[in-house]
Design a protein around this ligand. Sequence first.
Ligand SMILES: C[S@@+](CC[C@H](N)C(=O)[O-])C[C@H]1O[C@@H](n2cnc3c(N)ncnc32)[C@H](O)[C@@H]1O
Length: 264
Amino acid sequence: MSFTIYDRLKRRIAYTAYLALLPLAPRLGEARRALMQENIKRPSRADILNYLLEVCRRISGTNETAYLEIGVRVPTANFSSINAFRKFGVDPGIEAPSQAVDFRMTSDEFFRKLDCNEVLSPETRFDVVFIDGLHLAEQVDRDIANALRFTKDHGFVVLHDCNPPTEWFAREQYHFFREHSLDCWNGSTWKAFLKWRSMSSISSCCIDSDFGVGILSKSFSLGAPNTSPNPFFEYQVLSNNRTAMLNLISFDELQRIVEAALTR
Ligand SMILES: C[S@@+](CC[C@H](N)C(=O)[O-])C[C@H]1O[C@@H](n2cnc3c(N)ncnc32)[C@H](O)[C@@H]1O
């Protein structure tokens, strides 16, 4: 059996790729284990969002709640489970082009059009905005700033993927070896959340479920702002101080805080 130069070249490339991937393998194994652990945590993001919408209904005394989801992908994964009077989804259709969405555009484009009265109305105020679009810190930071402008005073801005379980989940690059992330990706959302966690004008916490569901509020006191330094947003520093930096709490704890505030 003879090998052509082409066969030899292919084998050499495959072997080089194999050697290059070996050091990554333990991180991938660690990521798969973390994925399984996170997937069994409850409640889901939908349960948390529905609880916050219910809180808004109780505060406003009306059922006419408005919900905005930035990044919908497949509606049945979350959007369809949300109980709100009016629901809107924004998604440019990058990951699931065939899915229907109210506003097929990026979040930047949506907020620009909202400002200019080209979609909905600039007076629109949402009870809950769920940010789950492009998971890169700079974009999420912009989404937070825009979402807060269009959220009612008693409303909430909620972010998915604020608590990446391993460094592999927290990488910026979504694609891996021409494959998609196989669910092991939270991106750098945590950096934007941490930035807003340090601000005294906004109160925040992160529910320890579903890869960290971050919650920002203009009126509820959800816990002290972050004061632990991490000026260069190093993952290891976050990993060693998750509870304090993210104000990582359980869903039960969130309910206790909110219910106590509502009865005051
Ligand atoms: C993680 S998925 C959303 C998952 C969904 N929210 C859920 O809970 O199941 C991220 C979505 O964000 C969309 N996306 C990507 N870039 C975006 C951008 N700049 N603005 C809004 N959405 C974006 C992608 O097309 C993708 O459908």
